[in-house]
Unconditional design. Sequence first.
Length: 748
Amino acid sequence: MKYIFILSALFVFFPLISAELVIADKGMSEYQIVIPDQHRDKLFDKYIALGGNVIRTAVRKASGAELPVRRESVKIPGRSAIYVGNCRELKKYNIDPGRFQPWEHGISVRGRDIFVYGGDAPTPFKNRKPSYLHNTLGSLKAACFFAERFVNTRFVGMSLYSDGENHGVRTLPLKKITIPEKFEFRAKARFRHCDGNTGGLLYAVANNFFFDCGAEYDVHYHPRAVPQEKYFKSNPEYFALINGSRYYHGATALNKARPQYCLSNPAVQELIFREALSRADAGYKVVELGQSDGFKPCQCDNCRKWYGTSKWNEKLWLFHRDLADRLQKARPGVEIAIACYGPTHNIPASFDRFPGKGVIIDVAPATAELLESWKKFNLTGMAAWIYYFGNYLPCGYTPAYDLEFLQRENLRLHNTPVTSFYNCGLMASPALGGPWIYAWGQFCADPRKSIEVILRDYCRFGFGEKAAPYLIRFFKFIDRQMKRFPLESEDFNDFSSRRRINAIKLWNMRYPRSVIAELKKLFSAAMKYCDPADPMVRELKIEFEYMVLSAAVCHLAEELEKNPCDEKRLQLADAVDARRDFINKLPRLSWAPAHISGAFRNTKVVRLQAGGYDSGVFGGVFNSDTRLLRLRNRSLEAVRVKDFSDPRWKSIRSIKLLPMGRDTLELPVSFQLGYNEKAILIRCSAPLKKPPVKMPLERDSMKLWRNAVWETVIAAGDARRHFVFNPLPGSSYDAVVDTRDRRNTRWN
């Protein structure tokens, strides 16, 4: 495989001495905006016309001049024009955007006319709900660049689901708008896909969050082809045989990606192939193949013998290789993306060539070592999942990594064969994390762009000249704290050995009381100059207040652990209630009342209450039962009993547990505490909807988590004891956990 390393495919030519064309001056302009005549695809035509309106609106906001927008066939004769889109007039100058790569774009001045154009193509999909995500809009990108470069405009605000002009496009006054009379510009998109479904169409296009039209990178592909809800009852043999029974996974929204299959079954193989074929026939130019999330291998005899190897990563690679070969023969020209994740995170050992051309490997994460190991294969390209944002991280709904780190990582990706990537969890905190998301998009075009310029632009255009100095300091302060206390990278392919990061500890290092006090001071000073009705201001207020209230709980939780006393316990109860009340009062989506409206990218209320998921769950402290915390005779104190047959269990208060997130079933779960001379006694009640999986287990086995489990952590000062119980007799895990989260499982 030959790699072409592109830092920034950007070519701009400025003459040393150049006269300038005046587009607008003192509210007057001789220019018109000309857009192509209507396209047969109405949605595509709407987005090309949007490019003209972007420039028109920017000029009006900057200078007061109003430029008429005309179709090319009815333009005003003899009047200078800004041509937006691939108009016929371009042919006079031998400019052919039809030969451009996707998202390639340019600006050319010819005489007094200005041409703004790019690689455009309507959606290739058939029989699919139309969306801007399925169009290539190079001319719109060029129009956004023109507004930024010449009309004092930035696209700093996210407007979810917006596919037109919105509040996030900010233009500052500019009385005289000019362009060099011989200006020539051309740029190619370094990344053809960068998770375009972000802050609305204009935010995504302007800030280089492009969408690879005709592709849908979907790592967990098998469940799409063999949906559990459709086939499990009629064809249980399609599903993995695990410990003597066919495996059924709970059918929540998340778990639709997690059914497990008997992949040696010819009928299952055919369904997977047919689904891939149907995508190719529906217009997909890239079809991805990948196993279920949380992969569990089938234990039937045929699967054991499948491909003559006992290694499941090899079985999966060989299966996907053969599927890719078959699909390319059936539909030449279609590219195949194959997931390099979970059990397939190691490269195949049984082959180093794919039969045909057009194979893309989708790696997660894109480590330097993994990318290097794929060099010997005959790949068309590489895609990657990146984990620099998201509420699954211990930072929860706050920024995760500092600006210098993001710049280094983006530069690293520029120097790899990766052409597409998915920003996992990008929009967890789109307002408080706005500068870091905006910077990531800017780095995608130019990874060496000044961090100072990016932050200054974000604050000036987003919040105004007077508020900007305070907000620059505000965001720099947060950035400094992230740099001082960085996140350690986690391997999302190896759940058994992952070291969970203590979220409360991280927050107390990043955001101690002194830091929160300084942030509040800067924020308050900035808000004096902001319009409270501005959506960007309103959402930033919400996300910062959430951060302040969450930090207060973290402070008190740690203080109470170090110094248990009634004063701290009651303060913690007040802090938890204040945070919960704040969340409960946030506006909701009218069409999805379980979701917040506007801030936090319309996240679920239950997720926000928990603080996130995975490493973003804060040990349950946010879900504390504050009524119990306020009891003088606290029911969390163990009651002395003899054993589980002691009748005094009936008088011990039963403490209920609340669901914490999307993976938690709403069951009547509770526990009681007791003790005797030898032991602490924990009596748990957790009725299961299905019987426990019968599998051979050893003490302290990581296989415990394959079944329903009860986990208990007992803390005394810095020492913690972690207990896990599986419903099967003798199946348990216990360990001592030190202050660095190192586990000693030899302790029993």
